[in-house]
Design a protein around this ligand. Structure first.
Ligand SMILES: [Zn+2]
Ligand SMILES: [Zn+2]
Length: 161
């Protein structure tokens, strides 16, 4: 886990009167050891590779904690389950493009989006608070070549294995 995550977390735990625990540390290590977006079950699976005794309930509790202290963000990827995003600390303004062919999630940032959203929101008589853009797209590589190098890594929902 990066120093930023560690510091942010320690401050939050101290102010909430919570202690660091070994299991919590393992879960946080797993959550921030990947640039991928994950759901609770996937995170549970990742943590169990490190410590088999970690329960689903502990994973859920820690996820809530990380969301509450602003380290993780819940993202709607248009799937059945809630996904969690560890990348907002580094890229606070990023948005997501989701490929319907290979299920790849691509993050993007663009300064024009903020300006445009600001204009639209104010024109409608509001003040912008938060925003997220989700683009659903088709894979050019698959269309062009009949194959996509990401297709084999296609996202599997838990239970389909
Ligand atoms: Zn993201
Ligand atoms: Zn693709």
């Amino acid at each position: 886990m990066t120093e930023t995550v560690r510091q942010h977390l320690d401050t939050f735990l101290a102010s909430s009167g919570l202690r660091r625990t070994k299991q919590r540390d393992v879960i946080i290590e797993a959550a921030f050891g990947t640039p991928d977006h994950f759901n609770a079950d996937e995170l549970h699976e990742m943590t169990r590779r490190i410590d088999r005794s970690i329960s689903r309930a502990t994973v859920y509790r820690t996820l809530n904690l990380l969301v509450n202290c602003g380290l993780l963000r819940e993202v709607d990827l248009g799937r059945d389950q809630t996904y969690y995003d560890p990348n907002f600390l580094d890229k606070p303004e990023h948005n997501h493009l989701i490929c319907t062919d290979c299920d790849r999630v691509v993050e993007f940032e663009d300064e024009h989006i903020a300006v445009l959203e600001d204009c639209i929101t104010r024109r409608l008589g509001f003040t912008p608070a938060s925003k997220s853009i989700r683009i659903v797209a088709k894979c050019d590589e698959l269309e062009r070549t009949g194959q996509c190098r990401f297709q084999n890594a296609k996202h599997k929902s838990p239970g389909t294995r």
